[in-house]
Design a binder for this molecule. Structure first.
Ligand code: COA
Length: 174
């Protein structure tokens, strides 16, 4: 699996994480605007130690399901696919982030599309879903453009930054 995943897309490369990504990972991930869109599990501030710990975990995962987004030779974002278990074993969820300086260029739309296509082609998945905080229209738009359908609004589902928020459930099915 390790060497198998590398896509060159129009705007970026998707590849496995490497231990030497730590510095650029910490640089781009250390951003409160990114943290506001993701789970609290994502550290903030994001230190070089957080980057080392994430990279150790990501590269030892089998199969590897966390991918680096590379632009101009540098790691600038990430996307992770999390397989379900038990009765959810034909499903997965997806999460992603991108360094702020690269927002608004269609990068994440092509990444989410390519990674979900790859997962449907290579794993026996019937459903890939993502949940977006209701105050994150850019991410909802990414999912719509990547072919995900809006399935519903989960009321008061999230506590983020001291605020209770709804979340929006999106899925692509096969
Ligand atoms: C969400 C995120 C991944 C988007 O990445 P990106 O590469 O900028 O996304 P794209 O450029 O492919 O598409 C963004 C779309 O959102 C739209 N958009 C941006 N801000 C918006 C806003 N405030 N309201 C409505 N639409 C908005 C853009 O116009 C674009 O749609 P368009 O192509 O129809 O014009 C990026 O902003 C990010 O990393 N945010 C922080 C982490 C995060 O929220 N992760 C997702 C968790 S679910």
């Amino acid at each position: 699996m390790r060497s198998g995943i590398e896509f060159t897309l129009e705007r970026c490369i998707i590849r496995p994480w490497r231990l030497d990504d730590a510095e650029s990972l910490a640089k781009h991930a250390n951003n409160r605007k990114i943290w506001l869109g993701v789970r609290d599990l994502f550290p903030h501030p994001y230190t070089i130690q957080d980057a080392h710990e994430f990279l150790q975990r990501a590269i030892s995962e089998q199969p590897e399901m966390k991918f680096c987004i590379e632009i101009e030779g540098t790691a600038v974002g990430g996307i992770g696919v999390h397989p379900g278990q038990d009765v959810y074993r034909y499903t997965a969820t997806v999460g992603y982030w991108l360094g702020e300086q690269f927002w608004g260029r269609g990068i994440m739309t092509e990444v989410v599309t390519a990674v979900t296509d790859f997962c449907f082609d290579n794993f026996p998945l019937r459903r890939i879903s993502a949940e977006v905080f209701a105050n994150n229209p850019a991410s909802a738009r990414v999912l719509e453009k990547a072919g995900f359908a809006f399935e519903g609004r989960l009321k008061n589902n999230v506590m983020k930054d001291g605020q209770v928020l709804d979340s929006l459930l999106y899925a692509r099915t096969k």
